[in-house]
Design a protein around this ligand. Structure first.
Ligand SMILES: [Zn+2]
Ligand SMILES: [Zn+2]
Length: 478
């Protein structure tokens, strides 16, 4: 049944930010990995991972995303796929993984030690920005951590399995152990990605917004995989009414699934993503809708929101100027509550404000523009939560091309964060022109034309085909 009034209902019970992402997520150590049958993944030996990436990743590939259980699939296919996706490629030197222990490699001022006024001192916390990208798990989930390391990311997003298959093989114990070892700090032999720096993206097939069954199984499986890997944050698209029920019934349906999964899988925090297509059957486009779902969740310590900037903009929430950004975030605080912010997807938008089109563009080169992203980077609210790029990258997503563009975007975001307000007025155009040129060199914009539309986010298209057709836009990104 409909929650009395969505607006404000969640905000009233919003967790304090201090208690939210930071403490509740990082205080609890991840559960111990299951013992491996082939004791090869000793935490101490994990620095060897970068020395012998090829071998290690080939092992992980057994549990990789791209080995979906195709009911009667012959095993030979699995072996072939695994071999083809060994990563990193040999030409990538292992020492490109910057040892960091969870802190930026780009000398990011922390929230309490900003030199140039980039971020005002935080009242209580000193948390780094967890800026990263949605990276591939080809070769196994641990491959995502290595890719994030190459891109110079402090945070990352990944799928736990093929995002377009209902079912995938369970993880091998070795893959789990390897992932957990790489998450550890540099001192412990890992790459330094603590649980709060990783935001898993759920399968695109899931729709909890109306009668669910298979969707719930897939949702629960995703979340169970997070739990296995020691990941705390799981983000997914809330769903759609598909025209079969009211929005209010959808909120209840989604909340029911959340409540159920909270009982079935421990610890993992379910992070609801805001969506782009306002006015459609899609649920979660307005803050009030997110609040309405949260209002029905029993364990509010385990529900958060991920705001996608492109989706915000598409749904009519402006971010282009400091004033517009402040206004949008004020609305979020009033209607949902800042304490519920669990992550951000940083994407510029090819489409206009309130255009209801989910078309991702590289940072600063779309309709939102650099100023909006500078606001985000300078907002202390954004520290300590994953900030994830899902921006267009070259087609060759498996190798280095996508990482090259995200590496540049990460650098750019830190650069604009550190520029003072006065300097920004002078430097903005110059930086944008320089960046556009650089971007065009790595990932030239597609020709205008029918096939040029809405392509090239890390997530392949077509995932929603055959499902929710009537309400999805053909140009949908993620
Ligand atoms: Zn999107
Ligand atoms: Zn998404």
């Amino acid at each position: 049944m409909p929650p009395r009034r969505s607006t404000g209902s969640a905000a009233a019970t919003a967790p304090k930010r201090e208690r939210s992402t930071s403490s509740s997520l990082s205080d609890a150590p991840p559960p111990k990995p299951k013992p491996s049958t082939k004791a090869k993944g000793k935490p101490n030996g994990e620095s060897k991972v970068s020395v012998k990436p090829k071998t290690a990743l080939a092992d992980d590939a057994k549990a990789g995303d791209d080995n979906p259980v195709e009911s009667n699939e012959p095993p030979k296919k699995k072996a072939r796929v695994a071999k083809a996706k060994v990563w990193p490629p040999p030409e990538l030197a292992p020492d490109v993984h910057p040892p960091r222990n969870g802190y930026p490699i780009f000398e990011l001022p922390s929230t309490s030690s900003a030199k140039n006024g980039a971020l005002p001192p935080s009242t209580s916390e000193n948390r780094p920005m967890l800026l990263g990208a949605h990276v591939s798990i080809a070769g196994g989930p641990a491959g995502a951590l290595l890719r994030a390391g190459v891109a110079g990311a402090n945070g990352l997003a990944l799928f736990t399995k093929s995002q377009r298959q209902w079912r995938s093989n369970p993880y091998e114990p070795e893959a789990i152990e390897r992932f957990r070892s790489l998450m550890k700090s540099k001192e412990e032999g890992g790459l330094g990605y603590p649980p709060e720096s990783i935001l898993v993206h759920g399968s695109y097939l899931i729709n909890l917004g109306t009668k669910w069954n298979t969707s719930y199984e897939c949702f629960k499986d995703d979340i169970y995989r997070c739990h296995q890997l020691g990941i705390k944050l799981y983000n997914w698209h809330p769903g759609s009414t598909v025209g079969a029920c009211t929005k209010e019934e959808s909120f209840a349906s989604i909340a029911k699934a959340i409540n159920m999964v909270h009982k079935e899988v421990p610890e993992v925090v379910t992070v609801i993503e805001n969506m782009a297509n306002a006015g459609s059957n899609i649920v979660g486009t307005a803050f009030s809708e997110l609040a309405a779902i949260i209002a029905l969740v029993e364990d509010k310590s385990r529900v958060r929101v991920c705001l996608d900037t492109c989706h915000l903009f598409a749904a009519g929430y402006d971010l282009r100027t400091p004033e517009a950004y402040a206004e949008t975030m004020k609305k979020f605080d009033e209607e949902v509550g800042n304490g519920y912010l669990g992550g951000m997807h940083l994407n510029d938008s090819k489409a206009d404000l309130a255009g209801n089109k989910d078309l991702h563009e590289n940072i600063g080169l779309g309709k939102i523009g650099l100023t909006g992203f500078r606001c985000i980077m300078r907002d202390p609210l954004m520290s300590g939560i994953p900030l994830i790029l899902e921006t267009p990258a070259p087609e060759k997503a498996l190798e280095v091309g996508d990482l090259a563009i995200w590496m540049r975007e990460i650098k750019l975001l830190y650069e604009i964060q550190g520029i003072s307000d006065e300097d920004w007025k002078v430097k903005k155009d110059e930086i944008e022109a320089r960046w556009r040129k650089e971007r065009d060199g790595i990932n030239p914009p597609k020709e205008k034309g029918p096939k040029a539309k809405g392509k090239a986010t890390p997530a392949p298209r077509g995932k929603k085909k055959g499902k929710k057709e009537e309400s999805e836009d053909e140009d949908e990104d993620d």
